[in-house]
Design a protein around this ligand. Sequence first.
Ligand code: ADP
Ligand code: ZN
Ligand code: MG
Length: 481
Amino acid sequence: MSKQYEAVIGLEIHLQLKTGTKVFCQCSADYDNSLANSHTCPVCLGHPGALPKLNEKVLEFAIIGGLALNCEINPYSRFDRKNYFYPDTPKSYQITQFEHTYASNGWLEYKMPNGNLKKVTIREIHIEEDAGKMVHSDALGESFINFNRTSIPLIEIVTQPDIKTSQEAYEFLNALKSILKYSGISDVNMENGSLRCDSNVSVMEIGSSVFGTRTETKNLNSFKAVSRAIDYEIERQIGVIENGGKIVQETRTWDEAEGITKSMRSKEEANDYRYFPEPDLPPVVVSKEYIESLRSKLPEFFEEKKARFMLEYQIPEYDAGILSEDVELANYFETAVKVSENAKLTSSWILTELLKVLKDSRIEIESFHINSENFGKLVKLIHTGIISGKIAKEIFETMVGGKDIDPEKIVESKGLKQISDVSALETIVEKVLSANAQSVADFKAGKDRAIKALMGQVMKETKGQANPQLVNELVLAKLNQ
Ligand code: ADP
Ligand code: ZN
Ligand code: MG
């Protein structure tokens, strides 16, 4: 970025709540794994006369999310109609909260990679309903509409324009995802669409108190994309201004393949939507007692869990931080430790081996097919000396490969048990020493390194299954006889 400009960034995040049923009717909220248009009813299809009713679970989850983000929960909120026509919206309006949102004035504080703390204000959160899904088939030259997603409950989290760089936005989203996942109200997954983010970006001269005109970018499909699109917008807007042009307030779309944003439509103003209070739903009134009862049930969050992990499992801060960033990973670790009975080894195996597999296959821990119990068993096999670390890696590969998932069974069926039988190993050691007179002589002449070669031979003889520590002891004992 040229020196004279600074960027102003605000994010709008849509989050699907995993309530089981839709927001204003009792249709199942499972919209992906079911036959198209099978989870619909007169209410979510907007038939005349069908009346919506707020799902209590939605309110509960929404408030939990608001509390997790340090918001004030407003005792009175209300629904409004946002009117617009689009084929995926059968009522031709969306029920949302416009004037009186249920939550406001929250904040999220998080650590930047350089260790600095950053705090972003959450201006408001409101409850609304999702739209259906259009499917365009090039092959058939036809478009289809699936209303299963219509009226899936959403909350929309709107930040103040407190963010200054793409990196601050990226870290914000990671922190937000972590805390929302902890809250247990959503799977918070950008890939399956349960989390969606639009970025608002403007630039102004450094030190100015007047914000520039902003653009809003949609269709961002990953946190990386959000970050790239912000950087692109900042550069583009500076370019326009430097060339004497003006930024138009508009909605743009991110083109992932080209790595650019493109104009989509001019920005609608609030009055384009003809908002008015939703006449079919009463205002939402929540008592202090209700809010406090939900607050008291909030789970242990990241910082607390991290501190507990360090204390309870005696693992370093860095490791505890990684394990507790994702609540599902933290749970996986804790159940694996119960089985392995060795926290340090379990932690280091997760940090090195397991996370590598997740990263390579780009999946999250919830979708990993090796459960925590089998993972714990594998670690236990290592720490009880039944297999070596090297063999364990081979077994883990087999498990990742997918067929034999139970490590104990793999060890049995492949005969991979570590050889810790002293007399059996002694025989092999003797055999190796007499076959490698030169190495023995080298060792006796003071070349300590010769022992490595001898140990290597023993490991080779046992196909890597000898207990390395024991081999080391036996070889030394024989050499020093
Ligand atoms: P709208 O009503 O058009 O949706 P809002 O005022 O609700 O606009 O703001 C939407 C988002 O845009 C918020 O996240 C807000 O922080 C951000 N925003 C507002 N003004 C600017 C600006 N000048 N530059 C960047 N972001 C902005
Ligand atoms: Zn319905
Ligand atoms: Mg808005």
